[in-house]
Design a protein around this ligand. Sequence first.
Ligand SMILES: [Zn+2]
Length: 508
Amino acid sequence: MIAYLLALTLGATNPAGATAAGAADTAPAQAAGTWLVSDVTVIPADTDEVLPHRSVLIRDGRIVRILAPGAKAKAHGATAIDGRGKYLVPGFVDAHVHLANEGAIRDSKDPRISTLDLGSAHRYDRQVMLGLLKAGVTGAANLGGGARSDEDLLWLREEIAAGRIAGPQLYVGKRINGPRAAVAVQPAATVPASKPEAPTTAADGAAAVRQARERGYDFIKPYQFLNRETYRAVVDEAGRQGMITSGHLPELGCASCADRAFAFAHPMDNIAHSEELTRYARIGSDLAPRDLDVLADAVAERKIAVTPTLVTLKTIVGMYVQRAVPPVPGDWAARVDPVTRIDWAPPANRYLSQAFRDQDGADTFSAGYDFARVLTRQLWKRGVPLTVGTDASLPGLAFGVSVQQEMIELREIGLRPIEVLRAASINAHRLFDPKSGSGAVREGERANLVLLDADPLADLHNVAKIAGVFAQGRWLPMAEIDRRLDEGRAFEQALSRQIQTHPAHPGD
Ligand SMILES: [Zn+2]
């Protein structure tokens, strides 16, 4: 069933507390320095303004001053960055990603992966984070992983914030899901017992949210196999706890049991894929055009935001149609790490499996992508806040560059370039981090910025022409990012060798 297109390969959540956070890094936090970007075109992105010939002073992680042309900057000790011919835009945020990390490697059920010797310097995590910065991604919302993965990300979030590891600002989401089979079609005796890790009661659903808050998660991802009362309790408790919800719409037992009225009566803050709405459009009909308006109206009325993840659906459809993983753009293919590569190849890649092809409704996959595009366009026309999410590292979607691909997807359904930049920055900040500024290139805002070599408003593809980024107020020119990534090459090659010589290798 298409309902499971995006239910993905997520394993069951491991019991909470099964792991400890990585060894604490004893390096002291680095002070963010002072930089002056001179004579640059600023695109704040919160309005349609373009501000040419500005000088931008960045100090201690913030944009301190944006000076008009000719104004003299008092910038003692600032490192100069020549902004002539360049464009300063807000850093991009991947609003839906499942970050590869050392904890996820430990969570893996593949012994070739889970037993890898990763050393103790967190090189794998560092490489993944650098790869995101290379694409201008200075923020990333993780929509849930296994227990060790989440632990690792909660730790990484603090390391990055303290300046000990270079990376995007992380927003760590806790996925709360019910046991997949806990539905009315089962005899009562076989319904799994409720517990906060896989709640089937309102009380356990609410407890799961409170546990997530205590543990330091940033937001909640309600997942589609929660039953009615539990789904409602999770959404309500998250609201009480001041945590936003971004997730999947509830199936309520089976793909055709979903209840639109119920879902919109208890709305999440954000729907994690347009495909979720497409799934709802299939209930009792075959993607009827009238459903576009009904669903788009409901989303707009309830003030729900949406992360369309069109590139995700496009990539899945590509695998179905081509029977191969679509090519990763440019030289990004060579940067896909060896662990992720295993997940992209058969048999781990379920999208290339016969079982995936044999699903009911497989013949409508392509139509589902078209429907999601038209639906997303209708959401945009109604002013629904859209964000840029990728679901990387789903096969074919490399961290970082997939954000640029999704930006092009939004451009192609009609958004103007400035609106795409807004979706990729301001809208994500409003969703995940509303208490710390707007995310715009404005005085007082945090310096998570991308310096582009060409005008993104003239051609949105120019978002790939990156001179450097400010991440948490620290300047990383592209040459420095590339140098650090290349330093990690030998480590990645060693991982490849370990995988190939593991006794469980399928070739042995
Ligand atoms: Zn996801």
